[in-house]
Design a protein around this ligand. Sequence first.
Ligand SMILES: [Zn+2]
Length: 268
Amino acid sequence: MDWVWEEKDGCRFLTIPRWWTQGARVFFSSRAGGASTGPWAELNLGLHVGDEPGQVAQNRDKLARAVGLADYAWYAARQVHGNDVVVVDAQAAGTPSQPGALGDADGIATRRRGAVLMGFFADCAPLFFFAPRRQVVALAHAGWRGTVGKVAQEAVYRLEQEFDCRRGDLQVAIGPCIGVCCYQVGAEVIELVRERFGSAGEAFLGHRNNALYLDLAGLNRFILVAAGVPAQSIITSRYCTSCHPELFFSHRREAGKTGRMAGGIALR
Ligand SMILES: [Zn+2]
């Protein structure tokens, strides 16, 4: 019922076997198994983070083979920390190294078989959605802005409007993100959490040594349940990206100079 590790050709990634048996392949990469060096070692999947683009392309191809989706059509949106959710329909298909462009959005949904929805992460919360009855999948990217902007709720609503997915039938997996152990946030974030969630928001703020910390995964889980997803249908990863330098890149831990993991989901 949880995320489990899988490995192929040195490429380690998390997946959910139960979703596979129900029709969806989901993955979240680790930093193990790629060709990048320095702050991007080893499996950096993000362009525009200072790494060599040719290396990133190789890493993406390697991950695609490892997760068994190399022959699929790959798509990615330009993540802007908003709450828009786009649907993949007629956009031009891409490859793992050059995914089909979907414009600016932090959520992507599709019912198309053979389409992989991909996002890039290094602390922000990856949210994966699967509606087994309707055979629809979605992916969202939620840092503090996207979380407070309720991209998780927008994804649930979009799946309902666009594909007639019942909220009670949805399964959601939250992947590794920065934990309340490490995610210190400033006054503007705290103010927005209090404004948007009232006293319920307090449960997702940690107080230590006169500093405040945000529980991204917990707050997204709360938003999903409030939006109608059954609590027992939400899987949360136990990993904090900042606490595990051997496994994950962390934007906060490395003060911005680091690589990106990739998360993806596809109907098989
Ligand atoms: Zn931590």
